[in-house]
Write a protein that binds this ligand. Structure first.
Ligand SMILES: Cc1ncc(COP(=O)(O)O)c(C=O)c1O
Length: 372
């Protein structure tokens, strides 16, 4: 069932006509409705109109696109960035340029669907390793070590169903040991992980060891769009051949581009929102743990409440909604069978009062359902 929003994104939203605390969107830093971000988008509409009506390689490349790419490269501490209309497009473009038929991809079993699509489009052999199981990955890589072809390991950084974190240092070591490239999708890490939200690669201090990264602007940046961060020489080669870049006359609209650029400025100027996000996350996670709920292996602002049974997860979501809280129930095939859950996502836009109200509702509903 799709619910319908009639307010901006935020800690509280109007959903199906009712005000609820929003525990379901990826607006980690609350930037989607930040006054300066909204003003930047409005200003870009005044300057550039609403649409590009041409692909960026024809005549749809605006000054704001160039500015956003330069800002993102500075924020992430990378040589170059190429911006796409969404993160799905970034993954579908990058992976087939890195590998093709006859090559091998090692892919975490819980990778995001857009990574899987990018892998399939490449035509390379896809070897799936058990979720975050680096021993299993090494076994698979060892078995292939004499095969002479291009090989990559590809992984989400923060997994969006569990809020757990890929073991990038071990993956980087394995990549070095077997001479393969490590490619990461930091859609849920940018703005969230690392100092001031620089991302998961910085969180682990691996900036000089990971050359290819994809990202999304639809989450902490509060806009819509995606990007590939890579060495400058690669981006120059990639730009004329990235299929979802060259074949679309719908690149990031100028207003969304300007909004993402303003969000990047805000993140670079101060880490106040990032601090608030983590204060909120730690406060909420600690209280959930005290209630005795199963939050799996979450170490990020994505915190599942794992209930196991799909019907119970649905019931929990419905009961929470009746108490003024919206959190989505997830079940198979989105998560493995028997691990149905209510997924909560913390934002800097939540107040402590919001979180207390959510916790009180969780406690009441969980008791009623016999979960605690
Ligand atoms: C890990 C991951 N990668 C990529 C994407 C796609 O990003 P976008 O929403 O910008 O298309 C998502 C979004 O849901 C995601 O969770």
């Amino acid at each position: 069932m799709y619910r319908t929003l009639s307010s901006p994104q935020g800690g509280r939203i109007i959903l199906d006509g009712k005000e609820v605390i929003n525990m379901a969107s990826n607006n980690y830093l609350g930037l989607a409705n930040h006054p300066a971000v909204v003003a930047a988008a409005k200003d870009a509409i005044d300057k550039f109109g609403v649409a590009t009506t041409a692909s960026r390689n024809i005549c749809g490349n605006y000054t704001v696109h160039d500015e956003l790419e330069a800002k993102l490269a500075e924020f992430k501490g990378v040589e170059a960035v190429l911006v796409f209309n969404c993160g799905v497009s970034a993954n579908s473009a990058l992976i087939p340029v890195l590998v093709g038929k006859g090559d091998i991809i090692y892919s975490d079993e819980l990778n995001h669907g857009s990574i899987i699509d990018g892998c399939r489009l490449s035509g390379a052999k896809i070897t799936v390793y058990r979720h975050m199981d680096t021993a299993h990955l090494e076994e698979l890589m060892e078995a292939d070590k004499d095969i002479d072809c291009k090989k990559i390991i590809v992984t989400d950084t923060v997994f969006s169903m569990d809020g757990d974190l890929a073991p990038l240092p071990v993956l980087a070591d394995l990549a070095d040991k077997y001479g393969v490239e490590l490619v990461v999708d930091d859609a849920h890490g940018d703005g969230v992980m690392g100092p001031g939200g620089r991302g998961t690669v910085d969180h682990f201090g691996l900036r000089d060891r990971i050359r290819y990264e994809t990202g999304s602007l639809s989450k902490a940046f509060g806009s819509a769009g995606g990007f590939v961060a890579a060495p400058k020489e690669f981006i120059e080669r990639f730009r004329p051949i990235a299929r979802s870049f060259i074949f679309t006359a719908s690149p990031m609209a100028p207003c969304l581009t300007a909004a993402a650029a303003k969000s990047t400025d805000i993140m670079m100027e101060s880490d106040a929102l990032w601090q608030k996000l983590w204060d909120n996350r730690n406060y909420f996670a600690e209280k959930l743990d005290k209630l005795g709920l199963n939050t799996g292996s979450s170490v990020t602002p994505v915190i599942p409440i794992i209930v196991g049974d799909a019907e119970k997860a649905q019931a929990l979501s419905k009961m929470m909604y009746e108490r003024g809280v919206y959190a989505q129930a997830l079940q198979f095939p989105m998560v493995p069978r028997g691990t149905a859950r209510l997924r909560t996502i913390i934002s800097a836009d939540h107040t402590k009062e919001d979180l207390d109200q959510v916790l009180a509702a969780v406690e009441e509903c969980a008791k009623e359902l016999g979960l605690i």
